[in-house]
Write a new protein. Sequence first.
Length: 168
Amino acid sequence: MAEGWNDIPAGVGNAARALNEGIFMRGDLARAVKKRDFKGTAWALALFSILLFGYVWAHMSVVRLGYEVQGLKADKRRLTNEYYYLQYRLYEVRSLTRVEQTARGLGMVTPKTDQIVILEEPGKRLPSWLAWGNGLRASDADSPRGPAPRVPEAKAPTGSSANQGKKP
């Protein structure tokens, strides 16, 4: 084969000319190979390596975050189950039936009606159903000012003090 551009097929010749004119490398290809002038190739390889490293790093971050999300979902599931279990235990402990059974086990009995004493808190109104039992009017208990203060009843004198001022 002859060494001219005419002996090379058209498509290959155009590619060879493009390489030789510096489209892909700086200057003449044969001269670049002889001088080992691959600066453009080195920059391209460095850029490709950086992009590849960035892609791999991003992919590994996604995988790591995926595992972290799965772990957090498992923790949420476990904590939700624990929450509902503790709610169940709380309702069980606060159950009036259980409290009553425990009280009876300690020897306590249900009080009689006359043994119950209701103490009033200062500044709080009595509900109307409770006011009737304490001798107050319902209107006093439901008023915005609260129940009216109780006035002690005057007691009638008894015995000798009642007869001291009078002569028989």
